[in-house]
Design a protein around this ligand. Structure first.
Ligand SMILES: Nc1ncnc2c1ncn2[C@@H]1O[C@H](COP(=O)(O)OP(=O)(O)OP(=O)(O)O)[C@@H](O)[C@H]1O
Length: 471
């Protein structure tokens, strides 16, 4: 990105640019993409800005015009703005080449450097970050921002216990649940809370994918020692989306040793996954069994009340009043996951501010019409049959056959139950689509699954998963 040279170079360029940008971009974008950035250094007419991770690299392209405009308006003598990760940042000598922060003995030095840098750049209050943490954790994912409901109560309590007594409460803590249910939020909240209680604690948050990629690079560039140091010298390891390691033998082997090293030295491990340990296919048994050593906590989809509370909490953090009827409207129409719920709210806030109107039920209905239409797009019985057949590894035709073996009956009953829940088809219509079953058979199947679902956690999870897939 190139910018025309202008006036005097001062050290707090980026702070001034940030102040200007804050007035131009919406709060959510600012908080997400700019707040975690910080001034690094200036070399000639190139301004280096530190970003927490490579995910932020698009900021330069996406906001190029606004950044250029701010530089022009401020009359800064800057030709180029370069966004660098802590690994790439030459002003951070204590960050190791493999992306890890220095191990414990060096930690105070790193902090001192960061503190000095922070003072010298005179960052505004809201840009002050603990970079040791910010490089890895999303500042929004704290316990305070997490709404507790029946579906996540247990996982929340377990996470809090771990944050309060790392390695003494449950080790490992294994969190699992569907897409966008708050696993990452909860596991990062543990990191923040541990750090709040003990600023010297070394926390590492890494996704299964990043762990794998870093390992591959370390093998390739002969840096296994520093890779091992990085993950075996932390106080708390938060590893997200562990299912990514499925079938990756070498990475699993490495993670196995990392796990053992941490566990033996009484360091906390928190793992998040989209499924429970016993359903992790292509995983070594020795790993799966270790995942079960501590506590396993699932996160179920939020009920309507929890969804309303989440929306209200998010609106509150945006300083936007959200009438209850609007929150109820969004919560009852967005059925997929919390991420989508947040997406609907962000869209509504942006739309209302753009059109200069208040958030009311009619404006919400108008603005979210298309969004919700896609959500409630017609789900057909055929689609349900396909999803169920795939889930149980059978053919759709088998669901319709006159076969009363248990392997066929249970999936068929589940499919009928889903057809009743997710389509508007009548009982006779459902019966017809399952090989001409009588409507009383359909009724019996639905009642049976409805009852079993309350007590059988595995069944309940399978149904939730199918609903998620279909949605
Ligand atoms: N109970 C909750 N209270 C407040 N916010 C929540 C809650 N659950 C989820 N969220 C929000 O929903 C979004 C998605 O959550 P998160 O990324 O933690 O989901 P996830 O389970 O890790 O999903 P994935 O499997 O896709 O990684 C986040 O912005 C998170 O803050």
């Amino acid at each position: 990105m190139s910018f025309a040279p202008t006036a005097t170079v001062v050290l707090n360029h980026w702070v001034r640019i940030l102040e200007a940008l804050q007035k131009k971009v919406n709060r959510q974008s600012y908080d997400t993409w700019f707040k975690p950035t910080r001034f690094s250094h200036i070399n000639g007419k190139t301004l280096y800005v530190r970003i927490p991770s490579t995910e932020f690299q698009h900021v330069g392209d996406r906001y190029e015009n606004l950044i250029m405009e701010a530089i022009d308006n401020l009359g800064l003598e800057v030709e180029k703005v370069l966004f660098v990760t802590p690994q790439e940042d030459p002003s951070l000598p204590k960050v190791r080449e493999d992306g890890g922060f220095a191990p414990q003995p060096d930690r105070s030095l790193t902090n001192a450097r960061n503190n000095n840098a922070r003072q010298s750049t005179n960052l505004p209050e809201q840009s002050r970050f603990d970079w040791n943490t910010a490089a890895q954790l999303n500042p929004r994912y704290v316990f305070d921002g997490f709404v507790i409901g029946s579906g996540n109560q247990f996982a929340h309590a377990a996470a809090l216990a771990v944050a309060e007594r790392p390695s003494k409460a449950y080790n490992p803590l294994f969190l699992y649940g569907g897409v966008g249910m708050g696993k990452t939020h909860l596991m990062q909240a543990i990191g923040h809370e541990v750090k709040r209680r003990n600023p010297h604690a070394a926390i590492s948050y890494v996704s299964g994918e990043k762990f794998t990629n870093e390992m591959i690079n370390s093998v390739r560039y002969d840096k296994m020692t520093s890779f091992r140091d990085k993950y075996r010298n932390v106080d708390v390891l938060l590893i997200d989306d562990i299912q990514f390691l499925a079938g990756k033998e070498r990475t699993q082997e490495e993670f196995f040793h990392t796990f053992n090293a941490l566990h033996e030295s009484m360091k906390q491990i928190v793992i998040a996954s989209d499924r429970p340990p016993k359903e992790l296919a292509d995983f070594e048994d020795r790993l799966r069994s270790r995942f079960e050593w501590g506590l396993i906590a699932d996160i179920q989809p939020p009920d309507l009340e929890t969804k309303v509370a989440i929306l209200q909490k998010k609106a509150e953090s945006e300083h936007t009043p959200l009438p209850t009827d609007v929150a109820l409207f969004i919560a009852s129409n967005v059925r997929t996951n919390v991420r989508e719920l947040e997406g609907a709210l962000v869209r509504l806030i942006a739309w209302c501010s753009l059109h200069g109107v208040e958030i009311t039920l009619p404006t919400a209905q108008q603005c979210l019409k298309q969004f919700i239409d896609t959500q409630v797009r017609k789900i057909t019985i055929e689609a349900i049959q396909r999803a169920v057949a795939e889930q149980f590894g059978m053919r759709v035709a088998e669901l319709k056959q006159k076969n009363n073996s248990r392997q066929i009956v249970v999936p068929r009953q589940i499919a009928m139950y889903l057809a009743k829940q997710m389509t508007e088809a009548s009982l006779p219509e459902i019966g017809r689509q399952f090989g001409g079953k009588h409507h009383t058979t359909v009724m019996h199947s639905i009642a049976k699954i409805d009852e079993q679902r309350r007590t059988d956690k595995d069944l309940n999870r399978t149904i939730n998963k199918l609903m998620e897939t279909l949605n």
